[in-house]
Design a binder for this molecule. Structure first.
Ligand code: ADP
Length: 478
């Protein structure tokens, strides 16, 4: 049932049950004890009086003789006083006096009378008929062996007890009703207080869902459990805020980067506009520049697309076992012409044969970026050394150069999107500032790590560590 899943309804239900149950038990206990106490008292009362009368009736040989008008009067009075009927029965089971004057002289046949005549008492409470019944033998006074001259039968109405119990019960019910109403009001109020923080949390999270990140979750402290939830939620919100900020930053960076070549093209085109006699050579040169800018624009777009594709996470990985040595040699072969052009020497160093589970095209893109950077940000006559090593868990790629290096304060930013140490130089070399962030993303998808060390004018070394098997590194080595 959905309603019962509500925390508030549960609190109310449990509190009410915990309150009502004892009240009901106490009610029943008090009422039934009270009723049985009254009946017991009545029983003792009647028995005492009746015994006295039975003793008084034992003063003659027969009950009939003993039953003087005076004693008959006592019997009548006594029967009236206890709201009942008394029969005096002689030893032949004949009724010699009936206070109701109904069964006079009849013979009364019952087991209780027979056993009374042979000397035993009989008592019974018939709760269904509200009757207390007694049958007592009348012993002949002074007779040694307990001669019985007759019996007294008494039945007494106890329906008044029921009435008295009912009035007590009603009084109790009234009090219980008042307690119950107070209990309900109290429980509803307390449940409201208890559930209020939970409700507040859910309201705030609703507002979060509506995209309102300015909620103050820290304000809602109440229970330690809720504090924990809030702490987690706050972290989540911070994370979202960061994400949103970085997304905004990214979009503004992208627009800026895309606009830069456009602006150049516009300036170049404008420079030709309105000029009649542009020399052929200049014309060619401007067109060449425009073409370069278009090329640059498309490089940026390509890099952006790679990034978007990488954003899909490691699900989109296409893993196969690759010989890393051949893989690097192949890459160096492709880059060699560019290196030669820049008069940079490419050196290959391998400590062992390595094969590993990687996404070949992706890793190729990452390592190409590293090697191309090492060539680009180098000096004529410099070198780039790519080395391969491995242990039983990881393989290590090192791309070291003796180029221009990266200043310390810039080193921590080089993996950020669009970050360039020297804007002018990077532009000159056709950099987009995305290469290293793409490389890092790819290496992370391989559950690997990348580190950079550098010294200005001495050179830079990028070290990559990737697990041989494509499984997440769970511990130990950093
Ligand atoms: P870019 O497209 O500008 O090369 P990257 O993300 O590949 O962008 O690199 C970011 C910046 O890091 C570069 O602009 C450059 O300033 C610096 N950098 C990268 N690799 C090297 C290197 N091997 N030597 C010196 N500086 C480098």
């Amino acid at each position: 049932m959905k309603l019962f899943k509500s925390l508030r309804i549960r609190i109310i239900a449990f509190a009410l049950a915990a309150g009502i149950l004892p009240i009901a038990v106490i009610h029943l206990l008090v009422v039934s004890t009270y009723e049985s106490r009254l009946i017991e008292q009545r029983r003792i009362d009647i028995l005492q009086r009746l015994s006295v009368i039975a003793r008084q009736l034992g003063d003659e040989e027969t009950l009939a003789e003993s039953l003087t008008p005076e004693k008959t009067e006592t019997l009548n009075w006594y029967a009236d006083a206890y709201g009942g009927r008394v029969l005096a029965i002689d030893e032949n089971c004949r009724i010699i006096h009936d206070t109701y004057h109904m069964d006079q002289n009849r013979v009364c046949v019952s087991d209780a009378v027979f056993s009374a005549l042979s000397g035993s008492d009989y008592q019974n409470y018939r709760s269904g008929e509200d009757l207390l019944e007694f049958v007592l033998p009348v012993y002949l006074e002074g007779a040694a062996e307990g001669t019985v001259t007759g019996a007294l039968v008494m039945s007494s109405d106890t329906s008044w007890i029921r009435g008295s119990v009912r009035s007590v019960a009603n009084g109790m019910l009234l009090a219980e009703g008042i307690i119950l109403i107070l209990l309900i009001l109290g429980v509803v109020y307390v449940s409201y207080l208890l559930v209020r923080p939970v409700k507040a949390v859910s309201d705030e999270i609703d507002r979060l869902n509506e995209g309102n990140f300015n909620v103050e979750l820290g304000e809602l402290k109440s229970y330690s459990e809720i504090d924990t939830i809030m702490k987690n939620a706050e972290q989540m919100v911070d994370h979202y805020r960061d994400l949103e900020e970085s997304q905004e930053l990214f979009v503004s960076n992208v627009s800026h980067e895309l606009r830069t070549p456009m602006t150049s093209i516009r300036v170049l085109a404008d420079s030709m506009k309105g000029q009649d006699n542009i020399p052929e050579a200049m014309y060619q040169e401007i067109l060449e520049d425009i073409s370069n800018e278009v090329e640059r624009e498309s490089t940026i777009i390509d890099d952006l697309l790679s990034m978007v594709r990488l954003g899909k996470g490691s699900d989109s990985m296409n893993i196969s076992t690759v010989n890393i040595n051949d893989f690097i040699l192949d890459m160096l072969r492709r880059i060699r012409p560019i290196a030669e052009e820049k008069k940079v020497e490419l050196i290959y160093e391998s400590f062992r044969q390595v094969s590993a589970d990687v996404d070949e095209p992706k890793l190729s893109q990452a390592v190409t970026n590293l090697i191309e950077n090492a060539v680009k940000y180098n000096k004529p006559g410099g070198f780039v050394k790519v080395s391969i090593d491995a242990d039983h868990e990881y393989f290590y790629l090192k791309v070291a150069d003796n180029g221009i290096g990266i200043p310390d304060d810039a080193l921590e930013h080089v993996f950020e999107r669009f970050y360039r140490v020297d804007k002018a130089r990077s532009r000159e070399t056709g950099g987009t500032g995305l290469g290293l962030s793409i490389a890092r993303a790819i290496i992370l998808q391989h559950y690997g790590v990348i580190k950079a060390e550098s010294e200005v004018d001495q050179g830079t070394t990028f070290t990559v560590r990737i697990p041989l098997k494509h499984v997440r590194d769970t511990g130990g080595r950093g």
